[in-house]
Design a protein around this ligand. Structure first.
Ligand code: NAX
Ligand code: K
Length: 510
């Protein structure tokens, strides 16, 4: 599903109105109708509606909703929180129509005295995508009143976005409405997907307000949200006559003394991810500990000790030539020669590869800017790892996660999976995707190792790197969500998540 910014919505609206002849008032009427329908569905029997209208077209939608709710015979209190001179022509016309139908607008002080309770609905039409600075004055009072009325038992329905939310980022620069539901228009907004916006918006629905497909097509999509059906479509069903070779062979370079669990979880992720055959390459003393309880996995001992380096290239390359994909990184022993070894392994084998954790740190250890990798590589950094690769601070990486993921994919020439709350997957020349699955319970040791193994399994199964990365990130988050339902976010272990991948496949194979 495509995600839009406020600026993109304005460009689409302008195209629809100015070039395709769709009357702006018709769009506003449909927007207000969608709000009125959602408000009726949210209200209790006989519930009243308190409609709070601000200074822009968002307020215009509110005036339409108030008129339609009143016409449906429901009790409506209409609050006009901005002077009429501030309204644009469409919103002003809708206000006049509401007044002509007998609605009398009240002011901000009256809202301060308003009361509401269970069954009532507050319609928040104070700010939409036009918010340009933190709310203040009567408009901020409106936001505060919505909060007070919600505490008293009313439900809050946000029009387009919760008022006070920055529609492009999901940040709230000042006071912001907390909604139970949000009806957004035409396209899903970015700010409704990222935190805290995703939390403040409640349940979000996208209403079709009749924007012509030609207007939507005129403004290219720059970000998308991976839905369940889209994720599932990335992973082909297994043929009925498949054998283990078809499901792919994976070589994982993982684990070291003290980090045998990272290798175990990586292999577990790969096996639960459906790989046909999986090998763990590691130092001899690591193998028995890492593969305990994993009889399905095979092993490749890398003789010697200490960090991975030049002398490991020959055995790794030989093993790599016999598999379909590689994973490198979880818990590997890292030294100055590890980065060059991994680059050499990828270049000489030509196999698609997931690079995670200390493989990324090993690349970052090299002096100067980190140069491009083969296009079939998939990097799965958390913000700290990406910051090291890009020679930036973590705050820089996190400031605009989408932009960082896109820029790093371009600079590194391959797929980048920027992990965190709302993982972003980017690849050179592709529209980036946001992954909506997952929960804070996954912020626990080992879940990244599971993702690396799972991504490797999908790569080994022949799925293209960008598709494998997106499907794996989605399924990983979904498995985390399913496991957290049973164990709680607090109780969730990385191994629980790996096993819950089986439940995701049950959903997908239905
Ligand atoms: N044709 C269109 O453009 C349509 C727009 N629609 C609605 O219009 C909204 C966007 O309308 P607008 O661009 O008018 O923006 P808003 O309705 O979000 O209003 C913001 C208004 O308040 C002002 N403002 C911004 N921040 C402020 C602050 N902190 N304190 C005081 N005033 C502030 C802005 O200058 C602007 O006039 C959408 O969210 C959607 O609800 C819908 O009616 C569908 C059609
Ligand atoms: K709003």
């Amino acid at each position: 599903m495509r995600l839009a910014t406020g600026e993109e919505m304005r460009a689409i609206d302008r195209t629809a109105i100015d070039e395709l002849g769709v009357p702006g008032l018709a769009l506003m009427e449909r927007a207000g109708r969608a709000v009125a329908e959602a408000a009726l569905a949210l209200a209790g029997p006989g519930g009243r509606f308190l409609v709070l209208c601000g200074a822009g077209n968002n307020g215009g939608d509110g005036y339409v909703a108030a008129r339609l709710l009143s016409a449906a015979g429901r009790a409506v209190e209409l609050y006009a929180l901005a002077p009429v001179e501030k309204l644009g022509p469409d919103a002003r016309a809708m206000r006049e129509e509401a007044l002509a139908k007998g609605l009398a607008p009240r002011d901000a002080p009256a809202l301060g005295r308003a009361e509401a309770g269970a069954g009532d609905v507050v319609v928040d039409a104070i700010f939409g995508t036009g918010l340009s600075r933190p709310p203040e004055g009567a408009l901020a009072e409106g936001i505060a009143a919505a909060g007070r009325l919600r505490e008293a038992g009313a439900r809050v329905l946000a029009v387009d976005v919760p008022s006070g939310l920055a529609a492009d980022t999901g940040d709230a620069p000042g006071a912001c409405v907390r909604a139970d539901r949000t009806v957004t228009f035409g396209l899903m907004k970015r700010g409704l997907v990222f935190f805290p916006g995703a939390e403040l918006a409640g349940e979000v629905t996208v209403a079709d307000i009749g924007l012509p497909p030609a207007a939507l097509a005129r403004v290219p999509a720059r970000l998308a949200l991976l839905g369940a059906r889209e994720a599932r479509a990335l992973v082909p069903r297994r043929e009925r006559d498949a054998h283990k070779g078809d499901a792919g062979r994976l070589l994982a370079v993982a684990g070291s003394a003290g980090k045998t669990g990272a290798a175990h979880l990586c292999l577990l992720g790969a096996l639960r991810g459906g790989v046909g055959l999986a090998w763990l390459a590691s130092r001899p003393e690591v193998l028995p500990l890492a593969l305990g309880g994993l009889p399905e996995a095979m092993s490749l001992a890398l003789p010697g000790e200490g960090p991975l380096g030049e002398r490991d290239l020959a055995p790794l390359l030989e093993a790599a030539m016999a598999v379909d994909a590689l994973v490198a990184g979880p818990g590997i022993p890292r030294g100055p020669a590890t980065g060059p070894l991994l680059r050499e392994l990828l270049a000489r084998s030509g196999k698609p590869a997931v690079l995670d954790a200390d493989a990324l740190n090993a690349l970052a250890d090299a002096p100067g800017a980190v140069g491009p990798l083969p296009p079939s590589a998939v990097l799965t950094p958390h913000p700290g790892e990406l910051a090291r690769l890009l020679r930036q601070s973590i705050a820089d990486v996190q400031r605009d996660r989408v932009a960082t993921a896109v820029a790093s994919a371009e600079a590194l020439g391959c797929t980048v999976v920027l992990k965190g709350a709302r993982t972003v997957v980017a690849a050179p020349g592709e529209v980036p995707w946001v992954i909506p699955t997952g929960n804070p319970g996954m912020a626990t040791g080992g879940t990244g190792d599971v993702l690396a193994g799972l991504t490797g399994a999908l790569l080994a199964g022949g799925i293209a790197p960008f598709d494998a990365a997106r499907a794996a990130a989605w399924a990983h988050g979904r498995a985390g969500d399913l496991a957290a339902r049973r164990l709680g976010e607090r109780g969730l272990l990385a191994s629980d998540l790996a096993h819950a991948l089986g439940e995701v496949w049950v959903e997908w194979e239905r």
